[in-house]
Design a protein around this ligand. Structure first.
Ligand SMILES: *[C@@H]1O[C@H](CO)[C@@H](O)[C@H](O)[C@H]1NC(C)=O
Ligand SMILES: *[C@@H]1O[C@H](CO)[C@@H](O)[C@H](O)[C@H]1NC(C)=O
Ligand SMILES: *[C@@H]1O[C@H](CO)[C@@H](O)[C@H](O)[C@H]1NC(C)=O
Ligand SMILES: *[C@@H]1O[C@H](CO)[C@@H](O)[C@H](O)[C@H]1NC(C)=O
Ligand SMILES: *[C@@H]1O[C@H](CO)[C@@H](O)[C@H](O)[C@H]1NC(C)=O
Ligand SMILES: *[C@@H]1O[C@H](CO)[C@@H](O)[C@H](O)[C@H]1NC(C)=O
Ligand SMILES: *[C@@H]1O[C@H](CO)[C@@H](O)[C@H](O)[C@H]1NC(C)=O
Ligand SMILES: *[C@@H]1O[C@H](CO)[C@@H](O)[C@H](O)[C@H]1NC(C)=O
Ligand SMILES: *[C@@H]1O[C@H](CO)[C@@H](O)[C@H](O)[C@H]1NC(C)=O
Ligand SMILES: *[C@@H]1O[C@H](CO)[C@@H](O)[C@H](O)[C@H]1NC(C)=O
Ligand SMILES: *[C@@H]1O[C@H](CO)[C@@H](O)[C@H](O)[C@H]1NC(C)=O
Length: 547
């Protein structure tokens, strides 16, 4: 009996974890040969075997300098591809010895020109063969100088590097393991979310499942909106300027008013869309000048909390939501010219308007020109996702409701436009695409300290924000709590995610106690408290249509 059980468990292990063929060594020559036989024009920058519990040492990478640690045994390859346009983009590929027979591509953020090795480490933790591309240039999240007079490199950034690196990775995986990956996945946040959406629009065959967080999908609008929003709170010597010391005061007032309005007073604003917020409670009383706002500043607040709308009710972009105040240093800014200039790169370098363009030149014509150029064909606005649906693809989209970097309403706009576009094909959105709005989560990860909301679902960038060796959800590594495992269950077993339980540990330390868990619900459902249980326990909530 004992013997039979141990044989059985050995058998299961062997099936789940096939080893890489021993005849192949993790060297550049091995991969040069694979590339040649696949007709991929590329060179191998490096290939090195990483032993179990090892570190992949990242060097010379401004965008992603962190080295993933405590890796399982794997072969790490870096390849430099020459595109059909003659440009170059590189990708890194981790090939775990104990492969799960699946491929995962991870995305980038901002204009980051660098291989995202740290997110690759998290992917390899599951056993994925995992890839990230530098998107065809080298540089940090806000650097755009590479793009000026270089439209082919913008195309690499827009979609070509991700597609080409995916095709090449699949070929290398096939050659290395002796079999193709059974399933192919994508996980990215912010511009990474856009990369996933653009990939499933342009190349529906590339991925079976896509996890897209806070996607910056509307490149032409969201990049200019970032400039627009900074202008509301500029310059620092104007009467309408709100100093950053006031952001937390405003945030506290928003929680005070909005938290009870969602039915449960628990520091979390569950539904900022339905909060009826009165900013006049922040108005300075006579002779008071501290911790309050004068009418000109209230006017700025009103601009921040309202959509960017131009003449004739032309909607340009969504607004920052109530509950985003803790991260306003990014998008509302501190009234500095340098911050405004740092956001001008899209117009100057991607639209090719040059260094003489300043925020003062921003008009609706700039937006119209941006749409006409659509730099790099990056904007992911092909809302008809029926080709992806028809090939069995699944999309899990998430966005924090306290995102102070990219307006959460843009995700709703995307969702409703997809619903409209696929309706004409008679497709039910729930069958392949679900949107999860995470109350209290900021951009891709974390939560304001006074909201303390559960946010962790092992989405893109999340493990890396906590530790260099983390993957999945410690102690809750299952499809109920982990968005990657939920995506796999949907793609591979047809088990659609009816909720994803988000987790909050004390101090975001995964070794410490779990302080809160709560189901995140597929839009338009919201989590509904059962009225008697512990509000910090997921069991006390269910997903329901509240309105
Ligand atoms: C590579 O190119 C050669 C010559 O064009 C062709 O015969 C071969 O089938 C190609 N191989 C692959 C894997 O595409
Ligand atoms: C893994 O490596 C770390 C150093 O990076 C070491 O402290 C630890 O003991 C190692 N763990 C195992 C299980 O080998
Ligand atoms: C660092 O990367 C840049 C851009 O890829 C390259 O030009 C430079 O030679 C690299 N430096 C080192 C020390 O590898
Ligand atoms: C890729 O190759 C091109 C051409 O040799 C070179 O200019 C570029 O620096 C390489 N990129 C990386 C990241 O190695
Ligand atoms: C743009 O690049 C081309 C070559 O790629 C060069 O001839 C031209 O001078 C550049 N123009 C500017 C304005 O830098
Ligand atoms: C604000 O400062 C700028 C120069 O930094 C100056 O030109 C302007 O007059 C000042 N405005 C006010 C209202 O003080
Ligand atoms: C405001 O301050 C002025 C001058 O200090 C004083 O005369 C006035 O009574 C104060 N008003 C109130 C409402 O406190
Ligand atoms: C606004 O609408 C009016 C009436 O249709 C039209 O004449 C005008 O050109 C529009 N303005 C803009 C900026 O589109
Ligand atoms: C941009 O992508 C669309 C599909 O979204 C395609 O129809 C169009 O041809 C592309 N444009 C360019 C210039 O590549
Ligand atoms: C699919 O379902 C089977 C049986 O319940 C389970 O063992 C397997 O882990 C599931 N696969 C995924 C990817 O969730
Ligand atoms: C609410 O949920 C808790 C579990 O957290 C459970 O013990 C309790 O019975 C539930 N109450 C109702 C009214 O369903």
């Amino acid at each position: 009996m004992l013997f039979a059980i141990s044989l059985l468990s050995l058998g299961t292990l062997a099936l789940a974890r096939p080893s890489a063929p021993r005849s192949l060594s993790c060297t550049a020559a091995t991969f040069e040969a694979f590339l040649a036989s696949s007709n991929i024009t590329a060179t191998v920058n490096s290939a090195q075997a990483i032993a179990a519990n090892g570190t992949f040492e990242v060097t010379n990478n401004t965008a992603y300098p962190s080295s993933p640690t405590k890796l399982q045994a794997l072969c790490a390859v870096e390849v430099n591809v020459t595109s059909e346009a003659g440009t170059h983009y590189s990708f890194g590929l981790f090939l775990p010895d104990a492969w799960n027979n699946r491929f995962l591509a991870v995305g980038n953020g901002g204009y980051a020109g660098g291989i995202n090795y740290i997110d690759m480490g998290a992917g390899a933790g599951y056993g994925f063969a995992v890839m990230s591309t530098d998107t065809g240039h080298s540089g940090g999240f806000q650097e755009t100088a590479w793009a000026y007079n270089n439209t082919e490199s913008i195309t690499d950034w827009g979609w070509r590097a991700m597609h080409g690196s995916t095709v090449a990775s699949k070929a290398l995986i096939n050659a290395w393991y002796g079999s193709a990956s059974e399933y192919n996945y994508f996980s990215g946040c912010s511009v990474g979310g856009r990369q996933g959406l653009r990939a499933l629009q342009l190349f529906p065959e590339d991925f079976d499942g896509v996890s897209a967080g806070a996607p910056a999908w509307w490149t032409t609008h969201n990049q200019l909106w970032a400039v627009k929003t900074l202008t509301y709170n500029y310059p620092a010597n104007a009467s309408h300027f709100i100093p950053s010391s006031m952001f937390n005061v405003i945030g506290a007032e928003v929680i005070k008013q909005c938290d009870p309005q969602d039915g449960v007073t628990d520091t979390i604003i569950s539904d900022p869309f339905r909060c009826n917020f009165n900013p006049l409670t922040l108005l300075c009383a006579p002779n008071v000048t501290e911790s309050c706002l004068i009418p000109d500043q209230i006017e700025t607040l009103n601009k921040i909390y309202n959509d960017w709308v131009e003449t004739n009710q032309t909607y340009v972009f969504s607004h920052l939501l109530l509950g985003t105040e803790a991260s306003w240093n990014n998008d509302v800014g501190t009234g500095s010219l340098a911050t405004l200039e740092s956001q001008s790169g899209f117009a100057q370098d991607l639209m090719q308007l040059g260094d003489s363009w300043t925020f003062e030149d921003l008009t609706i014509e700039t937006v119209e020109l941006a749409d006409e150029i659509n730099p790099g064909n990056a904007t992911a606005d092909d809302f008809d996702l029926s080709p992806f649906y028809n090939r069995g693809g699944k999309l899990i989209h998430h966005h924090g409701l306290s995102d102070g970097t990219l307006a959460t309403g843009s995700s709703l706009y995307f969702y409703t436009h997809v619903v409209r576009a696929i309706w004409e094909h008679g497709i039910d959105v729930d069958d392949f695409y679900r949107l999860f709005l995470i109350p209290g989560m900021e951009h891709c990860q974390s939560t304001p300290s006074n909201m303390n909301a559960p946010w962790y679902i092992a989405g893109a960038n999340q493990p890396a924000s906590i530790s260099t060796s983390l993957h999945s959800v410690p102690c809750f590594s299952d499809a109920k709590h982990d968005v990657i495992l939920a995506l796999m269950a949907w793609v591979e077993n047809g088990t659609a995610p009816d909720s994803i339980i988000a987790t909050k540990w004390v101090d975001d330390n995964t070794q410490a106690e779990v302080s809160r868990q709560r189901p995140i619900c597929p839009y338009p459902k919201e989590a509904k408290y059962n009225g008697t249980g512990d509000v910090d326990s997921a069991d006390s909530w269910e997903c329901a249509t509240l309105y």
